[in-house]
Write a protein that binds this ligand. Structure first.
Ligand SMILES: NC(=O)c1ccc[n+]([C@@H]2O[C@H](COP(=O)([O-])OP(=O)(O)OC[C@H]3O[C@@H](n4cnc5c(N)ncnc54)[C@H](O)[C@@H]3O)[C@@H](O)[C@H]2O)c1
Length: 436
């Protein structure tokens, strides 16, 4: 008998997951409250996602094994994959998980498996999923197999990572964990490791916190280098020759809706135990302001225009959620500067404060009239940027948050260069350094 899988939440994670499950001959119902998205999918079109995701989704839709609806229906396996953002005061907002689970629970029957994939604080599977099961008269450990199975995808390589990454599968009972292992290994090549639901919740938060703290450590090393006249990138390169050291890369901050969000789920519940994690979060959040302060120290003043290169939080993706560029724009506005944001991939960017990112896909438009250029994203297009890339429209300074530009070429052209993790070199100093 073909098992029916109901995937609730068809976003960056849920939609490709639903399509890949349908590819393995399950019958899949994808559910989303976004009516426009559902009608596109019902018409056989995939309106979002990376280039590799679109054909996989459209193939699943045309095979008839993936259908889309705005309401859940009966099934054998339910997967909840809705957003888990943080509130402005840095607390987990689990309202979408609660709503999605309550809607799904109306269709859950004894013998079904219910999986939460959304990144969640420790204890969420027990409190929200098991709680909702009890509310409809089901015993969460006897009648159902309830699991927490986090997703680890790296945006930009989603399909490959869903299929190949190893997974942690957490069960409220050992039986549930083993069933989830069998399910994930039926459509993924990666191995699934059974643990408890709480251990799986913690592992996901631990993974992203590990990355955040290590990036903050790299940023702290960058701050020391800036103060001591040393180039941090050279030092990291040689330090990483140590067989047990892996210093991360400093940058303009951390973005996306995972790494800058998930550590707060630990800080909120365990304030005493998370002082290091909390401080790391603040260090990474302050990077855009630090870059702006360095530009101010080099003479950038209120009323001038800044060209921001990169809205996406990472190179070569179209996702600008929680991007450090948003923090930079807020800091620019507070300092009385104006801005234009260039990005070759991002076409939509929402800024919480309501400010307009002034997005453009035309680099020269962005740079025209700018006193400073800030490189915020490691898009391939920005690698080795040189004065010629700006068609002769040179700013007074370039602030390289990603260490991508041709520093010598800009200095030779009279542009001051401020690089993350290196002392600022003003154009005048550079001219003096050139041997006669
Ligand atoms: N995107 C990633 O790279 C990534 C990686 C690992 C984990 N995660 C986690 O996966 C979860 C989902 O993230 P995402 O990036 O796919 O989010 P997303 O915002 O791209 O998509 C979520 C979808 O859920 C829908 N939704 C919201 N409430 C709903 C409800 N009550 N019923 C049905 N649909 C509903 C939204 O309309 C949206 O289409 C989050 O917890 C996130 O932290 C994301």
């Amino acid at each position: 008998m073909v098992e029916k899988v109901v995937v609730v939440g068809l976003g960056y994670v849920g939609l490709p997951t639903a399509a890949l499950i349908a590819d393995k001959r399950y019958e899949v119902l994808g559910v989303d409250v976004n009516e426009a998205l559902v009608s596109e999918l019902q018409a056989g079109r995939c309106p979002l996602g990376e280039a590799e995701i679109i054909p996989v989704v459209e193939r699943a839709l045309s095979s008839g094994r993936l259908r889309a609806a705005i309401k859940p229906d009966n099934g054998d396996i339910f997967i909840i994959c809705v957003p888990t953002p943080i509130t402005p005061n840095k607390r987990a907002d689990l309202s979408m998980v609660t709503k999605a689970v309550q809607a799904a629970m109306q269709h859950v029957r004894p013998g079904n498996m219910v999986i939460l994939e959304s990144t969640s604080p420790i204890g969420t599977t027990e409190s929200i999923i098991a709680g909702a099961a009890r509310d409809v008269g089901l015993d969460p450990t006897i009648d159902l197999d309830i699991c927490y199975c986090p997703e680890r995808v790296f945006p930009g390589n989603t399909i490959n990572e869903i299929l190949k990454n190893d997974r942690v599968v957490g069960g409220l009972t050992p039986r549930a964990a083993l069933r989830a292992k069998g399910f994930y290994e039926s459509f993924c090549a990666g191995k699934a490791f059974p643990v408890t639901a709480a251990e799986a919740e913690f592992s996901k938060l631990m993974e992203n916190t590990y990355r955040d703290v290590n990036i903050a450590l790299a940023n702290s090393f960058a701050h020391i280098a800036e103060r001591s006249g040393i180039d941090v990138s050279k030092v990291i390169e040689v330090a990483n020759r140590h067989p047990r050291v892996n210093v991360h890369t400093p940058g303009p901050g951390v973005g996306g809706h995972c790494i800058p969000v998930d550590p707060w789920f630990l800080v909120e519940r365990y304030p005493e135990e998370t002082k290091l994690i909390h401080e790391a979060r603040l260090i990474n959040d302050r990077q855009p302001e630090r870059l702006l302060a360095a530009a101010g120290a080099s003479g950038l003043v209120a009323g001038e225009k800044v060209a921001i290169l990169g809205a996406a939080y990472r190179g070569n993706i179209d996702d600008a959620r929680d991007t450090p560029t948003e923090k930079l724009i807020d800091a620019l506005a507070d300092a009385g500067l104006t801005w234009a944001t260039h990005d070759p991939h991002v076409t939509r960017m929402h800024i919480e404060s309501g400010r307009d990112p002034n997005l453009t896909a035309d680099l020269i438009d962005a740079v025209r009239g700018a006193a400073a250029v800030f490189v915020m994203t490691d898009h391939t297009q920005y690698k080795h940027l040189a004065p010629a890339s700006f068609s002769g429209l040179l700013p007074r300074m370039i602030v390289d948050g990603r260490r991508l530009v041709d520093t010598d070429a800009f200095l030779a052209a009279g542009v001051t260069v401020i690089s993350v993790g290196a002392p600022t070199v003003s154009a005048g100093d550079y001219v003096q350094r050139i041997p006669a």
